[in-house]
Write a protein that binds this ligand. Structure first.
Ligand SMILES: C[S@@+](CC[C@H](N)C(=O)[O-])C[C@H]1O[C@@H](n2cnc3c(N)ncnc32)[C@H](O)[C@@H]1O
Ligand SMILES: [Zn+2]
Length: 350
């Protein structure tokens, strides 16, 4: 199992700090990145889509609360969960600046209630095993060299019978020739490209992404077999491959083999809902009861932590975890110092 390196984690943190400066503080740094107005339009569309999808999931019997969103970034989807769908939960990300930007986006999108915001590492989620009924993520699983350890963590924290929903993730294109370098996928230029250009790029452009220039992983090469293996531990799996035009297929037990073959060859996006075996969902549990001490996790213990502002503290090991600008830092001290040395020195080593 390949794990995300410390330098990739730092790349995520540093790049998103610059995004905060550009899109929230309105200082211009990154030429090919969206400005405040442009990103807010995009986020507004993401909110609408999330609400539609979550309503559909709820109607199909998925319990949406309490939830954990992995890679929540600016928290706009968790804000929609809390304010439009009455679901309570936690927005998790490794980037403090993105979680901090939630306050700003609450004002922009007129949302009054914030989710619990946790700055932590998805490789080691500070949640009790078998505790959370609903975990979801968008555009996040491909930020890891191997999605398997992340999905394993998600499966661990889900309550028996709980659901995991994911969307907007890529899967590998088998039929693809790199004839030229494409424009960055999330750039303004790529969004402006004509339809024909987009189809041509799909088959012949070498993928490039702004984020990669900042040391971030953009893993577009996750093969169908890897997706299958990573999700296999779930009892029920409803996972869709969406390729070019109208080509789509189920990942597990496809009904039409030709559609599956074409979807396999051409690559595209993957999304789905998976259910963990069992049936003991406790929607009445508080998300605060599910969070545990990141230091005790390393010693194999799942110890509850309690909020005593401006800290969360562990009664087992006595360690404290700061809440800064509304964001709780739940890393082991070693990881905290490695990823956020300035904050660590100021608040823990002072
Ligand atoms: C493309 S963004 C997610 C976009 C967001 N979900 C949305 O739909 O608007 C990927 C996110 O994953 C986060 N991330 C990357 N590595 C992580 C890790 N090890 N633990 C937690 N979050 C991580 C990044 O900080 C980033 O915010
Ligand atoms: Zn502890």
């Amino acid at each position: 199992m390949k794990k995300q390196s410390v330098s990739s984690k730092k790349g995520e943190i540093e790049f998103r700090k610059k995004l905060f400066q550009q899109q929230v503080e309105k200082k211009s740094f990154l030429n090919n990145e969206f400005n405040a107005e442009e990103i807010e339009k995009i986020l507004n569309n993401r909110i609408k889509k999330t609400i539609e999808q979550m309503i559909m999931l709820k109607e199909s019997g998925v319990c949406l609360s309490p939830f954990v969103e992995i890679g929540a970034e600016r928290c706009q989807r968790a804000l929609a969960m809390r304010n439009d769908l009455n679901a309570i939960g936690a927005a998790v990300d490794i980037s403090f600046d993105m979680l901090k930007s939630c306050d700003y986006y609450m004002r922009v999108f007129s949302k009054s209630e914030a989710p619990l915001r946790i700055c932590c590492d998805a490789n080691s989620l500070p949640f009790r095993s078998d505790s959370v009924p609903f975990v979801f993520c968008y555009q996040t699983l491909h930020h890891f060299p191997d999605l398997t350890p992340i999905v394993k963590e998600i499966h661990r924290i889900l309550s028996p019978g709980g659901h995991f929903f994911f969307d907007e993730e890529p899967y590998k294109k088998v039929f693809h020739v790199n004839l030229y370098k494409g424009k960055s996928i999330y750039s303004k230029e790529s969004l402006r490209a004509s339809k024909t250009k987009k189809v041509f790029d799909f088959f012949f452009a070498e993928k490039s992404c702004n984020e990669v220039d900042h040391g971030i992983i953009e893993n577009e090469e996750i093969a169908i077999a890897v997706w299958r293996q990573a999700l296999n531990s779930f009892q029920e799996k409803n996972v869709k491959l969406q390729s070019i035009k109208n080509i789509s297929s189920e990942l597990f037990n496809p009904k039409h083999y030709m559609a599956f073959l074409l979807a396999y060859l051409f690559g595209g996006n993957i999304s789905g809902t998976c259910r963990k075996a069992g049936s003991s969902i406790k929607s009445e549990i508080s998300i605060l009861d599910a969070i545990i001490c990141p230091l005790c996790i390393e010693n194999g213990r799942e110890s509850k932590i309690d909020q005593e502002n401006p800290w969360f503290s562990c009664s087992e090991c006595g360690n404290k975890f700061p809440i800064i600008d509304g964001v709780v830092f739940l890393f082991s001290h070693k990881k905290f110092e490695e990823l956020y040395p300035d904050i660590f020195i100021k608040v823990i080593r002072k």
